[in-house]
Design a protein around this ligand. Structure first.
Ligand SMILES: [Zn+2]
Length: 694
């Protein structure tokens, strides 16, 4: 394990901060263009689609003769798919309906010049060689695509939707249509994300994680029965009544890497507008401008049309959805840069359709609530807000910064969990983000901490999403531990440096595909220090953080006894003399105290920590321990008695698995225990997990 080269604890001096300001990219490099026409047959729960797909070879050196596609609905085709064998048909505590399978058939695939690609069409299994998995296919092109060249394909396909499960499907006449069309993987030229040779990155559909695709423009015609309300990625650009009982809705969006849509005749359509001038005050713009060190016009936001598609029985929660969407647009926008799209659609899945809840797609998210939350006191549980803000946050961490979720899920889920906490605190208050009633409150930032178990020391954050054993550890490492890693980093860097770091990361990687090394390198660049000792331990490593105060004593120094040689000859002090002297000193309050404090490192992770000491009648003193050895002993001889000692007094090290052992008090403390609040943390976390959200 690498030792800390330089112990860095306090926030960096402002003057040492390079004023890094990258321009916020306005547009993505359009690698793909999808023109899709799709018709829904609600009776058969099938989609019939045609797709015109243009792909541009992004390499400047590679000639590419093969294309690779995601065909993710085939994850639900039978129990032998990789998704089904990994998940056992169970996801986020929900069970797949029996005999409700889904699939996608590519019925034809030709080049624009008419060459038939179907004879070369083959399913491949790059991740696990499960020959029964049909979620990735490749085709061989008759003419290779030169560097910078393009190819256009004409594809027809039929998709069968499963009953709502794992984010997609139907429930009665509610349809949430995600992962539904043949979608290209990412061709990564040599050098991209550390690749030695160019090649496709096209993972199979797994039980955990689902996204990695290239940016481009989508235009989709969705034909459904005219009674259906439709919502989708992007802006509605046309609506045509066909005269046969159906209506065609056209949605278009550029600079995105996926497209999803929904249809349900029962939706209540709630329209709202995020106003860049009314929903953010001039003082807030100024504060952010100072925090980020950017001119005011660089932090200005833009207006966004918000559509909430609500279930009728959740009507009383309409404003809560709108307010949460606005909170996301505002705080993510201020911190990480303007939301560049004109629309945001928030979908409230039908009752029984919770498998489609808590999901992110570009400009289109699904939340989820329950009628129970209409009523006091459950209306004070901020679940709607938490889920809406989190899924909105994926517009920044997943949609705009498009990391490879299969290989490095923490870059979207972890950064977004960290960001959700901050946005919830900014919008709803530090202590009351999750619960606020009967004088009881629960803060969002405590949620990640409650899941940080001392026994969680076998997996690591940086791992393929499908490699976690047990599979459930994926969530702890990718969401919660990763969030704690970032919160702890913020403890070390201070709010301002952290804010500038995250802003620059978004700017530099917006509409691109970073990997973990890019994030680590940016931390080094922004701080001017090498932080590999930190990330090696807490992102690549497995061990835990736990500091405690193992011993704290403070006793009077007693008068020495025995025979002493001095300038005036030999003298002896008897036990009785010594006791008398000690009693006199005590009566005059003239004793010296010897205070001993032992701070221990119980976990394998070595981080610098502050230790605070409080002596009677004196202000709190602090020292920094580098945390390298297994313990550090502090000894003081002073006229004052030690009252208490505490490691990490400001709770900067959010990764610490146990804060209850962080301090020892030598004088009695009669502050009431707050254990019942801890019980509430557990209850809310259980509730959110069991509803399958986030
Ligand atoms: Zn998420």
């Amino acid at each position: 394990m690498r030792r800390a080269a330089a112990v860095l604890f306090l926030p960096l001096a402002l003057t040492s901060l390079p004023a890094l300001a990258d321009p916020l990219p306005a547009k993505a490099d359009q690698v793909v263009q999808y023109r899709i026409k799709v018709a829904l047959d609600p009776a058969k729960v099938e989609l019939a689609g045609t797709e015109t797909l243009t792909w541009r070879n992004p390499s400047i050196t590679d000639t590419v003769s093969e294309l690779q596609f995601h065909l993710y609905l085939n994850a639900f085709k039978n129990t032998k798919s990789t998704f089904m064998s990994e998940s056992g048909g169970q996801l986020r505590s929900l069970q797949m309906a029996r005999d409700s399978f889904g699939w996608i058939d590519v019925t034809s695939m030709k080049t624009a010049s008419g060459a038939d690609l179907k004879p070369t069409f083959a399913f491949i299994q790059p991740d696990d060689r499960n020959v029964d998995d049909q979620t990735v296919a490749k085709v061989v092109l008759p003419e290779p695509v030169p560097p910078g060249g393009s190819v256009t394909l004409e594809i027809t396909f039929t998709s069968k939707l499963p009953k709502v499960f794992a984010r997609t499907g139907y429930r009665n006449d509610f349809f949430l249509v995600g992962q539904w069309f043949p979608k290209l993987g990412v061709y990564e030229p040599a050098g991209m994300r550390g690749r030695e040779a160019g090649g496709w990155n096209c993972h199979q559909f797994h039980a955990s994680s689902e996204f990695y695709a290239d940016y481009g423009a989508y235009a989709v015609d969705i034909t459904v029965p005219s009674s259906y309300v439709v919502g989708a990625t992007g802006a509605r650009t046309a609506e045509r009544v066909n005269g046969n009982g159906t209506t065609t809705h056209t949605f278009e969006q550029a600079d995105v890497h996926d497209f999803a849509w929904t249809a349900d005749p029962d939706y209540v359509v709630v329209k709202a507008k995020f106003s860049a001038t009314q929903d953010v005050t001039p003082a807030e713009y100024q504060r952010i401008s100072r925090l980020l060190g950017r001119p005011l016009d660089e932090v200005k936001l833009s207006d966004v049309d918000i559509t909430v598609l609500l279930q009728p029985e959740h009507r009383p929660q309409a404003q809560r959805h709108v307010d949460a969407a606005k909170a996301g647009l505002k705080w993510y926008g201020l911190w990480y840069g303007r939301y560049p799209y004109r629309t945001l659609t928030v979908v409230d899945p039908a009752p029984g359709g919770m498998g489609a809840g808590g999901m992110e797609y570009p400009t289109f998210i699904t939340a989820g609530t329950a009628w129970m939350l209409n009523y006091w006191p459950f209306d004070r549980i901020r679940m709607v807000e938490e889920v809406t803000v989190h899924e909105f946050g994926h517009q920044y961490w997943y949609a705009m910064v498009g990391n490879n979720e299969f290989e490095e899920a923490w870059l979207d889920e972890g950064i977004n969990t960290y960001s959700t906490s901050k946005a919830m605190v900014a919008a709803y208050g530090a202590e009351k983000t999750v619960i606020d009633f009967l004088g009881l409150s629960l803060g969002d930032q405590d949620m990640s901490r409650t899941s940080n178990d001392p026994a969680a020391r076998y997996n690591r954050i940086l791992a393929n999403a499908w490699d976690y054993v047990p599979r459930s550890d994926y969530a702890f490492y990718s969401y919660y531990k990763a969030s704690l890693v970032l919160q702890t980093l913020e403890g070390y860097l201070g709010e301002q440096t952290m804010a500038r770091l995250m802003r620059t990361y978004q700017e530099r990687w917006r509409f691109r595909h970073p990997r973990s090394e890019d994030f680590f390198a940016l931390v080094n660049e922004i701080t001017g220090q090498d932080w590999s000792w930190y990330f090696d331990q807490v992102v690549r490593g497995t061990d835990i953080v736990d500091y405690d105060v193992g011993l704290a004593t403070s006793d009077p120094v007693l008068k020495a006894r025995g025979v002493f040689d001095g300038p005036g000859g030999r003298a002896s002090v008897s036990a009785a003399d010594a006791m008398k002297a000690d009693l006199e000193a005590a009566a005059k309050k003239a004793q010296t105290y010897r205070s001993v404090v032992v701070v221990r490192r119980n976990g394998g992770v070595r981080l610098p920590v502050e230790v605070a000491f409080k002596f009677e009648g004196k202000p709190v003193e602090r020292q920094t321990w580098d945390g390298q050895d297994t313990f550090k002993k502090y000894v003081f001889e002073r006229p004052e008695r030690l009252e208490w000692a505490e490691v990490d007094p400001d709770r900067k090290v959010m990764l610490d698995v146990d804060w209850l052992n962080n301090g020892r008090r030598l004088t009695p403390d009669r502050r009431p225990a707050t254990s019942w609040a801890a019980r509430w943390y557990f209850l809310v976390q259980t509730l959110i997990t069991s509803l399958g959200l986030l």
